[in-house]
Design a protein around this ligand. Structure first.
Ligand code: MEZ
Length: 550
């Protein structure tokens, strides 16, 4: 006998969902009007809660509006005591140093090599293992305008509109223009994207896309990309140093960036790496749990790269904006916050309230969709509350089988079927309970279209950067971003290293930053934090502030 994972009151609500399914299969609610969008964002998107933001008090981006959690780890001293490091003892000397072992880092290394740098002169350093990253965890797909009805200009307009026109035009241009070549290269490397019988790429819509442009490998697109890139890195004998997170950038006496200090997680010793070019590909800040939200993110996503870059003098951009993915798991408790890919809605699943009613178009851009879901729970009180107090709404996955035929879910979402099946939840038969979850850092370090930061010899690529997506990224543009800008950073660095001469190494900028902290009497714990601290009680309660309720 199988045990129903849902308590009776949730099962009763599921019965209501089932009753409305046939009728709903023929009707989907329309998009929000522009006025409704403004209203729901202002009143329900967590970014618009003023009390949750503050202005940075010092550093190159003094005055930049950031989440409180970000200010806490930026406005603080370094975990590294500059005086305790002997910079004359260089443990590794390399031409190109890549900090981060995800998709952006692997792309940077491979394209630096393709641009003529010998593999033995490239070093990837990573906090955990090569490939332990958000890239591996990405599910739904990668955007690229490769179909005859599409082109990069349309992709540009979608990304720009989705980002509320706050995107940096040269960065978006680079993103969309290079997308087709990235997809072609990935195919040449042997990545198994889903295809139609005639060999053309399968593609679906994501929120805010005017063309079907999301290409995928079932629901583990990122794992497919990372597995292939990691094999390429290892097969080409590019050097990888694992379990060695970077703690601070090193400069030379002329102020140019000249490497990093790493922490050996095993021996707890510091390691000095000198490099002619340093590329930051450390990812974002999901594990800061902004406003107490759970997250889809990898364990190592603790904002380290941004902190190091900021202390070295690189501005932070658009940090006011945080992406909450509309559909994180809200039940069962063991997987709260994990991603339920947007592709589920792309394939037709609708979002429903406790009465089995549709209340929004399922593929609004993420910020709007997440706000509509929060409104339905907190503003209209139409959500379900689980026995452990999580708020949620139904994502009607069985509708997909009704629309596209039996077997569609297993074929497209085999990883997710397993993920929920482990806890007795059968997404083919029953809807999934979902709620917004912290997914992506829209802002980050400022770069130009060549992935260069304003500090000499320092490049950055992927989620650690801000500007490409404006204040709201579209689905599938992050796997694309790590690919395009990882590649660009590798090529740019390869072009420059021949002209770089390094002087005496120094950590004077860290001492100076620490002095700013003293001046401002900051008492926050030092950073980067490297790993989230789940011993703190604050992470236990995910509640929105009461003044947020209407
Ligand atoms: O780009 C993303 O964030 C993505 C594809 C997520 C998803 O829903 O699968």
């Amino acid at each position: 006998m199988t045990v129903d994972p849902y308590p009776d009151y949730m099962r009763e609500s599921i019965n209501k969902v089932e009753k409305t399914r046939d009728k709903r299969a023929k009707e989907t609610i329309d998009h929000c009007s522009p006025d409704e969008i403004t209203d729901v964002l202002n009143n329900f998107h967590p970014d618009f809660i003023k009390e949750q933001k503050t202005k940075l008090r010092f550093g190159i981006s003094k005055g930049e509006v950031v989440p409180l959690e970000v200010a806490k780890i930026v406005e603080t001293k370094s975990v590294l005591n500059p005086k305790a490091i002997d910079l004359k003892k260089i443990d590794f000397d390399t031409d190109i140093l890549i900090v981060g072992g995800g998709g952006a880092g692997a792309n940077a290394a491979l394209w630096a090599m393709k641009s003529g740098v010998k593999p033995e002169n490239i070093l990837i350093v990573t906090k955990l293992r090569m490939g332990d990253s958000n890239t591996t965890m990405a599910q739904g797909g990668i955007q690229a305008a490769v179909r005859s009805v599409d082109n990069p200009a349309i992709h540009y307009l979608d990304a720009f509109g989705g980002g509320h026109y706050e995107n940096e035009p040269p960065l978006v241009r680079r993103l969309v223009r290079d997308a087709p070549l990235i997809l072609k290269w990935y195919e040449e490397l042997g990545m198994m994207f889903d295809k139609f019988d005639d060999g053309t790429m399968d593609a679906i819509h994501g929120g805010g896309t005017s063309r079907k442009r999301m290409h995928f490998a079932k629901d583990f697109t990122g794992a497919e990309i990372m597995k292939t890139l990691r094999d390429e890195v290892f097969n080409n004998n590019i050097k990888v140093l694992e379990f060695s997170p970077a703690v601070e950038l090193i400069k030379d006496e002329t102020g140019q960036v000249a490497g990093v200090v790493l922490l050996n997680l095993d021996s707890k010793e510091y390691i000095v790496v000198r490099a002619k070019a340093t590329i930051l590909t450390t990812g974002g800040f999901g594990r800061l749990h902004i406003q107490g939200f759970p997250t889809t993110n990898h364990y190592g996503a603790t904002f380290d790269g941004c902190i190091m870059g900021y202390r070295a003098g690189v501005p932070l951009k658009l940090m006011k904006s945080v992406q909450y993915h509309p559909t994180g798991a809200a039940f069962p408790e063991q997987i709260v916050g994990l991603l339920v890919t947007e592709k589920v809605r792309g394939k037709g699943a609708q979002v429903l309230n406790k009465n089995g009613e549709q209340f929004c178009f399922p593929l609004e851009t993420r910020d709007v969709e997440a706000s509509l879901l929060i409104r339905e729970c907190f503003g209209k009180n139409n959500g379900i509350i689980t026995p452990t107090g999580q708020h949620g709404l139904w994502l009607d996955s069985p509708l997909i089988e009704l629309l596209h035929g039996e077997g569609t879910i297993e074929k497209n979402f085999s990883a997710m079927v397993k993920q929920f099946g482990r806890f007795g939840v059968d997404m083919i038969k029953d809807p999934l309970l979902i709620y917004p979850t912290l997914h992506y850092q829209n802002g980050g370090l400022a770069i130009n279209e060549n992935a260069e930061t304003k500090m000499k010899n320092l490049y950055a690529a992927g989620e650690v950067c801000g500007g490409t997506h404006g204040s709201n990224r579209l689905m599938g543009n992050s796997l694309l971003e790590i690919s395009v800008f990882g590649r660009t950073a590798g090529i740019s660095a390869a072009k420059k290293i021949g002209k770089v001469t390094l002087g005496k190494l120094t950590l004077a900028h860290i001492s100076q930053y620490n002095a700013f902290c003293d001046e401002h009497k900051v008492k926050n714990p030092p950073s980067p934090i490297l790993f989230p601290d789940y011993t703190e009680a604050k992470h236990k309660d995910r509640v929105l502030p009461t003044d947020f309720l209407i």
